[in-house]
Design a protein around this ligand. Structure first.
Ligand code: GDP
Length: 455
């Protein structure tokens, strides 16, 4: 439930910084400004203008800090309520003092994401855009940021609205016939309903096809480096990272645990995991490392299987290939600077084969590009879609809607209007949860609780 009280929180990250911002939203915002802030120049706080002045404690007349304040009168504010921002010095103590002064004016501390929740409840943004705000804040790669900005601008919301409009049009026709039971559903209307639902389904299908790419853009990918000991896995990791992260030795079995580092390839966040060399061993600790490496295979988006190109293919290399059945894998033939002896038994079990010399860095750029090309702009992406789905919540809702629409299409044969309307309404209900039109309070609580305080 939306209680229209006034809320406040620190909107800058905790700790010391250049400035600290305390944000206030609600009917008391202007009054709080008048109570705690004294502008240097007369005239008080003017909406959407910054004022320079001091924050002071009215009960003791003590100055708390020198600050800038901006008041934004509703509805031209982030929440569409009256908003006040106090920009003071960014020490945690001074920020806390200003916040407690504000709270002493009859204002409540905001819950996580409550400012954005109010923007949503007041119709300034929909739920996709609210989630995009959170994604902008947590973006760690160019691709994630680009995707989130597009969703915040409303590109995905527009596609969802296209689906809703078509379904609402079809539902209106069916309901008209329900209201006049003496009329039979005419052929022209059946054709029109069929067309609208078909268009809605086609948008849903093309959006669902974008999910994999959207997920990759938002969350990045995990790439597991596997191979038998001494083939150059750690050297390859160091080359990809451009630093000496993993220990490189000529002694087999030195990497015991999984080493994990995230790196940007062409704006894509790639989590690289270097693992223990896979081989038969009686060493308990080494075996534990091998087990961990094998356990990571199912969760990886991609595997880089490294082979030593200067040695004959052996049964331990075969062990690796056997562990990777049905897993997208790039085979890396390393040590190409040495005399070449390796013959892979067949490269049809690999996405592709890349030759490298980790010592000199040869082939590393080709390897990076191969990884990126596989994940950015996949063939599965429908070229009509300029926007991607990136959240499982959106994908699941559209999948449910699609199931109801398939049921609806099957039902068109019997023409039971009540049942047809029911399926359409269920589909609409599911589509509406994406933008938040039909989302329950419990789901909203869940979504906004993962926001940070002050946003
Ligand atoms: P890992 O056990 O698979 O992680 O292998 P390492 O990265 O520790 O490398 C094992 C040995 O192979 C080290 O002595 C490396 O210097 C050497 N090595 C790694 N890559 C190359 C390469 O491309 N060419 C040559 N000649 N030696 C390499």
């Amino acid at each position: 439930m939306y209680i229209r009280d006034t809320i406040a929180a620190v909107s800058t990250p905790p700790g010391n910084g250049g400035i600290g911002i305390i944000r206030v939203s609600g009917a008391l915002a202007a009054a709080v400004g008048e109570t705690v802030f004294k502008p240097v120049y007369d005239g008080g706080l003017v909406s959407h203008r910054f004022s320079f002045g001091t924050i002071y404690d009215a009960t003791t007349s003590e100055m708390v800090d020198e600050a800038m304040a901006v008041y934004m009168r509703a509805p031209r504010s982030y929440t569409r309520e009256d908003v006040l921002e106090l920009h003071c010095h960014g020490g945690w103590l001074v920020v806390e003092r200003v916040l407690s002064l504000v709270l002493s004016c009859g204002v409540r501390l905001a819950d996580p994401g409550e400012f954005t929740r109010r923007a949503f409840l007041n119709g300034r943004i929909d739920l996709i855009q609210a989630e995009a705000v959170m994604d902008i804040i947590s973006s760690k790669s160019e691709s994630a940021l680009r995707l989130a900005q597009k969703q915040r601008e409303g590109a995905l919301s527009k596609r969802i609205e296209d689906i809703r409009c078509r379904l609402l049009g079809a539902l209106a026709l069916i309901e008209a016939y329900i209201d006049f039971p003496d009329d039979d559903l005419g052929e022209t209307d059946v054709a029109s309903i069929f067309a609208s639902v078909g268009e809605a389904q086609s948008i849903i299908t093309s959006l669902l096809l974008t999910f994999e790419e959207g997920r990759v853009m938002r969350d990045g990918i995990s790439v597991l480096i596997v191979g038998k000991p001494n083939v150059g896995k750690s050297s390859l990791l160091n080359r990809l990272l451009n630093e000496n992260r993993a220990i490189v030795t000529h002694i087999p079995g030195t990497t015991r645990d999984i080493i994990e580092e995230t790196i940007m390839f062409d704006g894509l966040a790639v989590r690289l995991l270097d693992t223990a060399g896979i081989r038969h061993t009686d060493d308990f600790v080494e075996q534990e490392g091998i087990n961990r490496a094998l356990a990571k295979i199912p969760e990886a988006d991609l595997v880089i299987a490294v082979f030593d190109a200067s040695h004959d293919f052996g049964f331990e290399d075969q062990l690796i290939i056997d562990a990777l059945v049905n897993k997208p894998t790039i085979a890396v033939l390393n040590k190409t600077d040495l005399h070449q002896r390796l013959l892979l038994p067949g490269d049809d079990c690999f996405v592709t084969v890349v030759k490298t010399a980790a010592l000199s860095g040869e082939g590393i750029e080709v390897l990076k590009k191969t990884v990126c090309d596989r994940f950015l702009r996949t063939e599965s992406l429908d070229p009509r879609e300029s926007v991607c789905l990136s959240r499982a919540r959106h994908r699941d809702a559209l999948t449910v809607a699609d199931t109801y629409l398939c049921k609806f299409n099957d039902g068109l044969v019997d023409r039971n209007l009540e049942l047809l309307a029911l399926d359409l309404r269920s589909a609409l209900q599911s589509v509406g949860t994406v933008t938040g039109q039909t989302t329950t309070d419990e789901v909203l609580d869940l979504i906004f609780s993962s926001f940070c305080i002050g946003k």
